[in-house]
Design a protein around this ligand. Structure first.
Ligand SMILES: *Cc1c(COP(=O)(O)O)cnc(C)c1O
Length: 357
């Protein structure tokens, strides 16, 4: 039976990426060696990093005064690396979920953190609006897509201070105005590559302002100067990321991806709103994520949750269990998820409704 992969992360990748990576595990770039066993300084692998960097810039329209680096450590290391490189006297954060909270926790180790707004009062089920960003903050940090709770800031906000964004789970899902951001970072394992590589897009002039000691590995400049080759980068995940970037370009880039993502999320949200057994946890459509769609059983039908999970599993739906802090279900509809999988989930929800009414 066909499996439909709705995992939140690591998550579905384009079949193209998986096929090309499998081929390179056997024979990388005609070298007669596996990509698992080549030097990161071989000319064949340097070409991979160069092309991946180039495609990042091309697909996201990144201006010339920015650098792109590929690091280890996951997005979670960036929670500390951002303040290490930018925190002088005060930072501002928007608290929209578990990942924001973790980022805030790290920043607090460096000094004063102004949490300008939070949606924790309603279990992070909305995006706060109408807050004021303090003009004396060194930077303002947001999480654009809240993977666990299913909310998303789907536009580029204006900030009077350098804007830093964790885009782990919505990078390449829509066009971006990169010039509005000072730093964009993310773990690649949601929408780009297998786990192990973290991308960071940095406006070069933002660096060099802190006076405290910066450990070499945590200094962005180290990695910019050595073009991600200061130490051994995650070779295989970078190779796979390059395949996804090529696939993205072939699909028509982020504009085209966004159209498909809006279409997929629209189909599923319409069904959740229509189906008498399910309801969306995010009420305001403006705040609903295009990448992680969370829903629960309607009032009076809570006892059918387990039965639906088992029914959906029997139909090949994988990874739809909601995060423990939300409950219910979460369907992750990343770039690589085919429309066909969304339709299969909808058909499953409709069949379950018929059987239970
Ligand atoms: C998954 C995720 C993280 C954590 O990423 P790691 O690479 O596991 O450290 C951080 N932020 C967001 C928005 C995420 O979805």
């Amino acid at each position: 039976m066909k499996k439909h992969n709705f995992y939140a992360g690591p998550s579905i990748l384009p079949q193209y990426t998986i096929n090309k990576t499998a081929e390179a595990i056997l024979n990388f770039a005609g070298t007669g060696l596996s990509v698992l066993e080549v030097s990161h300084r071989s000319k064949e692998f340097v070409a991979v990093v160069d092309e991946a960097t180039q495609l990042f810039k091309e697909l996201l329209n990144i201006p010339d005064n920015y650098s792109v680096v590929f690091l280890g450590g996951g997005a979670s290391t960036q929670f500390a690396m951002v303040p290490f490189n930018l925190f002088v006297k005060k930072a501002a954060y928007l608290n929209t979920g578990e990942w924001s909270k973790k980022a805030i926790k790290e920043a607090k180790m460096f000094g004063e953190v102004d949490v300008v707004a939070s949606s924790e009062d309603k279990n992070f089920s909305y995006i706060p609006k109408g807050y004021t960003i303090p003009e004396d903050a060194d930077y303002f940090h947001i999480t654009t897509n809240n993977t666990i709770f299913g909310t998303e800031i789907k536009y580029d906000i204006d900030s009077p201070v350098p804007l830093v964004a964790d885009m782990s789970s919505d990078i390449f899902s829509r066009p971006l105005d990169v010039s509005k951001y000072a730093i964009i970072y993310g773990g690649a394992q949601k929408n780009l590559a297998p786990a192990g590589v973290t991308f960071v897009i940095i406006r070069n002039d933002i660096l060099g302002k802190v006076t405290h000691h910066l450990p070499t590995m945590l200094n962005y400049k180290t990695h910019i100067d050595k073009e991600s080759m200061f130490n051994t980068p995650p070779v295989l995940p970078i190779f796979a990321a390059l395949q996804t970037l090529r696939w993205l370009k072939d699909q028509g880039g982020v504009e085209e991806m966004n159209k498909i993502n809006v279409y997929k999320a629209g189909l599923l949200c319409n069904e959740i709103d229509r189906n008498s057994l399910f309801e969306a946890t995010i009420k305001d459509e403006e705040d609903r994520s295009l990448m992680n769609i969370c829903f629960v059983m309607t009032k009076g039908n809570e006892d059918k949750e387990k039965a639906f999970f088992e029914f959906a599993t029997s139909k090949g739906m994988i990874g739809i269990k909601g995060h423990r802090s939300v409950g219910g279900f979460r369907a992750s509809t990343y770039n690589a998820l085919p429309v066909e999988s969304v339709k299969a989930l909808i058909a499953t929800m409709q069949e379950f409704e018929q059987q239970n009414s």
